[in-house]
Design a protein around this ligand. Structure first.
Ligand code: ADP
Ligand code: MG
Length: 238
């Protein structure tokens, strides 16, 4: 089970409040996309869920338990960043296995898991390479693979495709959708790209200036946008 609830979450940096009483519920195995213009608070919200940033007020709940006090490593989540954040001096294989090395997982099990992930993401041929020897798309596959290693119940993805060219973005989008089905995990995906949101999401959360404007399926947002901002952003007639 991996069910997430944000209750009345606000966040200030100094005197500036950048998230205002955000309420969102993400069901187990749902693919939810947070969408909104640059600077509206998407990354901050994701970082609060991940435990990389503390909410100023409000609650983050995982499977019915408040987790505000839990460190990132203890939340059972995995985050994929736009910048990949791979270890440059390590091979792809080491980048993938690193997350299991400080656990009690036996060596042969780690190898098995790395092989399985490499197969799933079609990066088997790249295991001996260093990140600098990879293309952008390959790096992003490794970053996703690294997040998969501990079999997290929830994946947090912050604009994972935005550094890729348009063609590769379309390919990777389809792969992510397929991966979601296979992984049996909850996905929370941040983007400023409406097309990505509309094609990937079970439900979309539209954010503007740190507030939730509307939550709904792509079809609901398109057919019944709550206001002009949502309509404009989603590309619906208004
Ligand atoms: P998005 O990911 O939607 O582009 P962010 O969550 O990165 O937006 O930022 C939301 C707002 O919070 C922006 O105005 C940004 O400048 C501000 N902000 C983000 N992180 C910090 C920080 N560490 N200190 C001060 N302000 C920040
Ligand atoms: Mg961001």
């Amino acid at each position: 089970m991996s069910h997430l609830e944000l209750k009345n979450v606000s966040k200030s940096f100094g005197p500036v409040e950048v998230l205002h009483q955000v309420d969102i519920e993400v069901k187990d195995k749902e693919f939810v996309v947070f969408v909104g213009p640059s600077g509206c608070g998407k990354s901050t919200l994701l970082r609060i869920i991940a435990g990389l940033e503390k909410a100023t007020s409000g609650e983050v709940m995982l499977d019915g338990e408040v987790v505000n006090h839990l460190a990132a490593a203890d939340r059972g989540l995995a985050m994929v960043f736009q910048s990949y954040a791979l270890y440059p001096h390590m091979s792809v294989r080491q980048n993938l296995s690193f997350g299991l090395e400080n656990t009690k997982t036996p060596k042969d099990k780690i190898e098995e898991r790395v092989a399985e992930i490499a197969r799933m993401l079609r990066i088997e041929e790249l295991l001996a390479r260093k990140p600098r020897q990879l293309s952008g798309g390959q790096r992003q596959r490794v970053a996703i693979g690294r997040a998969m290693v501990r079999r997290p119940g929830v994946f947090l993805l912050d604009e994972p495709l935005s550094n890729l060219d348009a063609e590769l973005r379309v390919t990777m989008r389809a792969e992510l959708a397929a991966l979601h089905k296979r992984l049996d995990a909850t996905m929370i995906y941040v983007t400023h790209d409406q097309t990505e949101a509309m094609t990937l999401a079970d439900r979309i959360v539209v954010l503007r200036d740190g507030r939730v404007e509307q939550i709904g399926t792509p079809l609901e947002l398109y057919n019944r946008p709550a206001n002009r901002f949502v309509a404009g952003f989603i590309g619906a007639p208004h």
